[in-house]
Design a protein around this ligand. Structure first.
Ligand SMILES: [Zn+2]
Length: 314
């Protein structure tokens, strides 16, 4: 009786200990990994960084903090790298500092993917690219006594307001090149719309990969039902954007999300944006080609008369 009883007792104690330990872990994660979207309009970058840190701590086997470089305001631009696959993808939010709805969706997506990485892929999530703009909730980013629109700051085949006068855009350009990024989702507010290149000042808007891009935006919008299509046609022409740069220079499958209905979404609006877009971003990444496009340079004609149509507000 005694040996058997002892074994049961040891087994029972192990069970209790593991339940207590497990329970503590779950409780801690549930508290620290909660995203209070009512703070979205006042959240500062430090809070974004700590949240990513908590995600990395809660999922040490899946996720780690990465640094792209330093911003012009002297802060590290950080992201979360998730998974261990060979194919690299990136999700970038908050090129525009006032578009905090996109930051919230980026953070919620980081939490989702950290808990459940995509097999075969390494997904990098950068919730805030424009750090000083985000802290002030201003669209533009300051550098050396001036300010620039970060999403007009890349070299573009039909023009740019840069190129690369910001450390943030330079850091992201270096990052997508070094990491051999294959697919990219950029998050903005608002339209709503999910669009693909070209988005520049031209009437020649076909990349030759319309079939693939249409498939991607369809996967991305199954829950949201956002309108989809070509960037210039659905939004307006804009030169020097990241999305066109990534495709034109590297053949990266580059999809732009214009989330929600406002630059100042309510807490409830943000919850809806998260609910309908996080699964779509994930499905889009899962269904993307595993290699970059081979024929990606813009070969159309630019039309300078279209430049004035850029409203610089999305
Ligand atoms: Zn924007």
């Amino acid at each position: 009786m005694e040996p058997f009883g002892g074994q049961v007792n040891i087994f029972f104690r192990f069970l209790v200990l593991s339940v207590v330990f497990h329970g503590a872990t779950v409780t801690r994660a549930a508290v620290s990994l909660e995203l209070d979207h009512s703070r979205a309009a006042v959240r500062q970058y430090d809070e974004v960084r700590s949240f990513l840190g908590e995600l990395a701590k809660a999922h040490p086997g899946n996720a780690r903090i990465i640094t792209l470089g330093e911003s012009d305001s002297g802060e590290p631009i950080v992201g979360l790298e998730v998974g261990s696959g060979r194919i690299n993808q990136v999700v970038v939010a908050t090129h525009h500092g006032n578009e905090y709805g996109s930051t919230e969706v980026g953070l919620a997506f980081a939490r989702d993917i950290a808990a459940r990485p995509i097999p075969g892929y390494k997904v990098h999530v950068i919730p805030v690219l424009n750090v000083s703009g985000y802290n002030r909730k201003m669209r533009r980013e300051a550098a050396q006594g001036r300010s620039y629109d970060p999403n007009r700051n890349y070299p573009g085949p039909c023009g740019t307001e840069g190129p690369f006068t910001l450390k943030s855009t330079r850091a992201l350009a270096r990052f997508i090149s070094e990491k051999n990024i294959v697919t990219s989702a950029t998050l903005h507010t608002f339209s709503p719309a999910v669009v693909y290149p070209w988005g520049l000042s031209s009437h020649d808007l076909k990349t030759g990969y319309e079939g693939i891009f249409k498939g991607l935006v369809e996967e991305a919008t199954r829950e949201s039902n956002y309108p989809t299509g070509n960037s210039t046609e659905l939004i307006y022409p804009a030169d020097g954007t990241y999305e066109d740069y990534a495709f034109h220079t590297h053949g990266i499958w580059s999809v732009l999300f214009e989330l929600g209905q406002s630059h100042n979404p309510s807490t409830q609006n943000i919850e809806t944006m998260v609910r309908v877009n996080v699964p779509g971003i994930r499905r889009m990444l899962e269904s993307a080609p595993i290699e970059r496009a081979s024929k990606h340079a813009f070969s159309g004609k630019c039309d300078r008369s279209l430049v004035s149509l850029d409203r610089h507000d999305e």
